[in-house]
Design a protein around this ligand. Structure first.
Ligand SMILES: *[C@@H]1O[C@H](CO)[C@@H](O)[C@H](O)[C@H]1NC(C)=O
Ligand SMILES: *[C@@H]1O[C@H](CO)[C@@H](O)[C@H](O)[C@H]1NC(C)=O
Ligand SMILES: *[C@@H]1O[C@H](CO)[C@@H](O)[C@H](O)[C@H]1NC(C)=O
Ligand SMILES: *[C@@H]1O[C@H](CO)[C@@H](O)[C@H](O)[C@H]1NC(C)=O
Ligand SMILES: *[C@@H]1O[C@H](CO)[C@@H](O)[C@H](O)[C@H]1NC(C)=O
Length: 360
């Protein structure tokens, strides 16, 4: 009997300390991280209306709009790790450490949100390259550290637990993760599978493309961005299909986010965890409304406005600071179909015509 009293007191105490809102909704606090759907920015750092850009707004604006999954591509450069798209001579989103500092700053003023980072490592840089950047940027203090390299679907913490422990950042690394050396960069494919990327037809079938585990026991991420592809000298290029953004990023109808999620539900019986989009702002609140409905919560009340890139013609790539010669000399040999290359049609046209055009 007496032992019940301290327990009750403890329960009361912990309930008063616990977060009352998680990612904008009280109902999400008790949900496992693995049971929430988040809208993500594909190539979050590739901001602009240039050749290899995928987003309109910087990471701070993305987070303010409701983006909660940030996908990044790391490349080694002389002054440190940069966020670039395929090659730093095509698109350079700056230092990873600066990007992380922006995330840290946002988290410190939004302590009731959980943000996921999906870091891709096309150059297979050793995980020890990243550890000092985690520390110097200060993001390390917020990173969730699991107790094992692979976490069962039902073993993830709830959003409320992550927030209460001030572990607001869950970070995955696609290749070269090492639990013993750097447990805060969680091995993506031991915990999550992805469907196809660089797709050019809008059928968005939702079959497994990459994993190293058993898909039905993992979370999953869908690559919901439509590309157009061009073939040049035997190399294939992918650029965002901006003409279809109003369809691709809408809630329902053929080729929409809802359509893709429906295909996934038919195959897998559960919602995707992460939905990566290009120019997520092109269809205003549609992606966020859809995620709210998948999560069983009310639609967010903020209004997402479209930036200029989402509506700009892809031929406006002439404004990007990359020269044709840099493409030919340094970027071309390093093209890598797994990382994918996104070019504006102005660039493709100039290359195809052999025009000595410089993109300033
Ligand atoms: C969360 O659980 C509900 C109920 O079991 C399920 O319908 C939904 O698909 C799950 N969502 C995710 C992202 O796992
Ligand atoms: C991000 O964009 C906003 C405008 O949307 C701007 O006010 C802010 O200064 C930018 N932040 C950085 C770090 O560039
Ligand atoms: C990164 O680049 C620097 C400068 O070019 C070089 O010294 C370093 O060895 C590279 N690191 C890796 C992991 O390749
Ligand atoms: C994964 O997707 C890539 C790009 O779309 C494709 O080239 C590759 O064949 C796919 N692999 C599997 C196993 O589906
Ligand atoms: C998308 O935009 C195109 C061109 O403006 C328009 O013809 C089409 O009806 C739009 N589709 C949707 C679903 O809004």
């Amino acid at each position: 009997m007496f032992s019940l009293l301290p327990l009750t007191a403890l329960a009361l105490l912990s309930s008063t300390l616990a977060a009352d809102t998680c990612n904008g909704h009280a109902e999400l606090c008790s949900k496992l991280y693995s049971n929430v759907t988040f809208i993500g920015a594909h190539d979050s750092y590739a901001v602009g209306d240039g050749l290899a850009d995928n987003q309109d707004k910087n990471v701070t604006a993305q987070l303010n709009d409701g983006i909660r999954t940030l996908q990044l591509q790391a490349h080694n450069a002389s002054d440190g790790v940069h966020l670039c798209h395929t090659s730093c001579s095509l698109q350079d989103g700056g230092l990873l450490s600066n990007y992380f500092e922006s995330v840290v700053s946002w988290i410190s003023s939004n302590p009731n949100d959980v943000v996921t980072i999906v870091l891709t490592n096309p150059e297979n840089l050793p995980v020890t390259t990243y550890s000092p950047i985690l520390t110097s940027s200060g993001i390390d203090q917020y990173m969730y550290q699991p107790s094992s390299s692979a976490i069962g679907l039902s073993d993830w913490p709830t959003l409320g637990e992550l927030i209460d422990q001030k572990k607001n950042v869950v970070a995955f690394l696609d290749y070269q993760a090492n639990f013993d050396t750097e447990p805060r960069l969680i091995d993506e494919f031991s915990n999550m599978w992805e469907d196809a990327y660089n797709v050019v037809d809008a059928s968005f079938g939702c079959s497994v493309n990459r994993t190293s585990g058993s898909p039905s026991a993992q979370m999953y991420l869908i690559n919901h961005y439509l590309d157009s592809s061009y073939s040049l000298g035997g190399t294939e290029f992918w650029i965002p299909n901006k003409d279809q953004l109003n369809v691709t990023n809408s809630e329902s109808g053929d080729g929409s986010i809802g359509f893709h999620v429906g295909n996934c539900l038919n195959l897998w019986g559960r919602n995707p965890n992460h939905i990566l989009l290009d120019f997520y702002d092109a269809a205003s609140n549609a992606p966020f409304d859809l995620a709210a409905s998948l999560n069983g919560v009310s639609a967010p009340i903020n209004t997402v406005t479209a930036g200029s890139g989402a509506t700009a013609s892809i031929t406006s790539g002439a404004s990007a600071s990359v020269s044709q010669s840099s493409l030919k000399s340094s970027a071309m040999p390093s093209l890598n179909t797994r990382a994918g290359l996104y070019l504006g049609s102005g660039m493709i046209g100039a290359l195809l015509l052999g025009v000595g055009r410089t993109f300033m």
